[in-house]
Design a protein around this ligand. Structure first.
Ligand SMILES: [Zn+2]
Ligand SMILES: [Zn+2]
Length: 385
């Protein structure tokens, strides 16, 4: 069977000392310090067999994530941009949906034929973090499509404990195909949900929400903010294609970054400032540092974009505003996946316009090349849709 494999050379940067465990397993916490010359290509990969607690899912659709792009793209010295947990070579892809076609002997919660999606964060459930309910901070984390084989393939094997059924969406749309497309958006929507409504526990309907960066996670934040009753949703994004999608999703205002942005933003809130600020641009020195005048009292800043380096913030202004910054990654726990599925099934969460175009699995390299311009929101691979 076919899968999209990412290969890269193991060449730790000068000064980076890989631990013994990292050298042995090739599983590293800081991918951008080690992996060089990344390349993706369709390859023949092993046909997965389910473990006792696993199911094999026949993939229907798999979206291309910003993280996939960051694993594929490199800096001037040829090092991978993605700064996180990785092991290569590996089949990538983690935003997917499909049908259960095989099941291990101990599986109880899903059946053959079920339409499902699954969590990318493969938390263990046994470590100290997991036992505190902090699954996204699992001490033994594996990540589907980063350290273990992912979903840009015909089949993937996952533990049943990560699977969530899509039947409710299929029932509402009356179309399995549409349910499977929306199902492949549940993961990125859940990443945004975790930041905006779980890490930040201050949301109230009527809030004013600012989303910085309208890539997939920013757009997911726009869609969720609208579904959750924000009275004003403003997106800021440099790429015209992505600004168009933000408008289609229903953002009230969509702006380009500019020098007098904070003035304009403050004006849109009638001088009251934003209650929720989502950093989904991965450029906090550009998006958060100039923003202090636009924070409402008790403002929540939800930081999801990935960036290296330090961000200067005037914490005096944050104190005066009683503002808080929430750092968020992942999507596991707290009923996030099932809540997103409910919202899609109810029709309250409109996410379909995020999908710009579908490509076949074999054409993944074409889709990756096109996404380099960052004009599209979500390009999706269809496998058996
Ligand atoms: Zn992702
Ligand atoms: Zn754990």
């Amino acid at each position: 069977v076919i899968g999209i494999e990412l290969h890269a050379d193991w060449e730790p940067r000068n000064g980076y000392v890989a631990t013994g465990a990292e050298q042995l397993s090739r599983r590293v916490n800081k991918g951008s310090m080690v992996w060089r010359n990344p390349q993706i290509r369709p390859a023949v990969v092993p046909d997965p067999a389910p473990g006792e607690h696993q199911v094999v899912i026949e993939i229907a659709a798999c979206g291309i994530c910003g993280s996939d792009m960051h694993m594929y793209e490199c800096d001037a010295e040829g090092y991978m941009l993605y700064p996180g947990l990785t092991r290569f070579p590996n089949v990538i892809g983690h935003e997917f949906s499909g049908r259960v076609v095989e099941s291990g002997s101990a599986v109880r919660s899903v059946r053959l034929g079920d339409l499902v999606t699954a969590e990318e964060m493969q938390w263990c459930g046994r470590c100290r973090s997991c036992r505190r309910g902090l699954f996204n901070a699992c001490d033994n984390l594996e990540e589907l499509g980063f350290t273990v084989p992912g979903a840009m393939a015909q089949y993937v094997a996952v533990d049943e404990k990560y699977c969530w059924k899509l039947a409710d969406i299929a029932e509402r749309t009356g179309s399995e195909r549409e349910a499977l497309q929306l199902g492949a958006l549940v993961e990125p929507l859940s990443v945004a949900y975790n930041a905006v409504f779980v890490r930040n526990q201050h949301h109230q309907p009527g809030n004013y929400c600012l989303v910085q960066g309208a890539g997939p996670i920013g757009l997911a934040s726009v869609a969720l903010a609208l579904a959750a009753g924000c009275a004003l949703v403003v997106a800021v994004e440099p790429a015209v294609g992505r600004r168009r999608v933000a408008k289609e999703l229903g953002a009230h205002y969509v702006l380009e970054p500019a020098d007098d942005l904070d003035e304009n933003l403050l004006h849109l809130t009638r001088g009251q400032g934003f209650d929720i600020v989502v950093e989904a641009a991965g450029a906090p020195t550009l998006t958060l540092t100039p923003l202090e005048r636009c924070l409402s009292p008790n403002a929540a800043i939800c930081h999801i974009g990935r960036s290296n380096g330090l961000t200067p913030l005037n914490l005096e202004a944050y104190q005066r505003r009683s503002a808080q910054v929430y750092a968020a990654q992942g999507h596991a726990g707290n009923g996030i996946f099932p809540s997103v599925i409910r919202l899609l099934a109810s029709g309250q969460l409109i996410a379909g316009p995020m999908i710009n175009e579908l490509f076949s699995l074999e054409d993944a390299p074409i889709a990756f090349r096109r996404l380099r311009s960052r004009q599209d929101a979500k390009l999706m691979l269809h496998v058996n849709l």
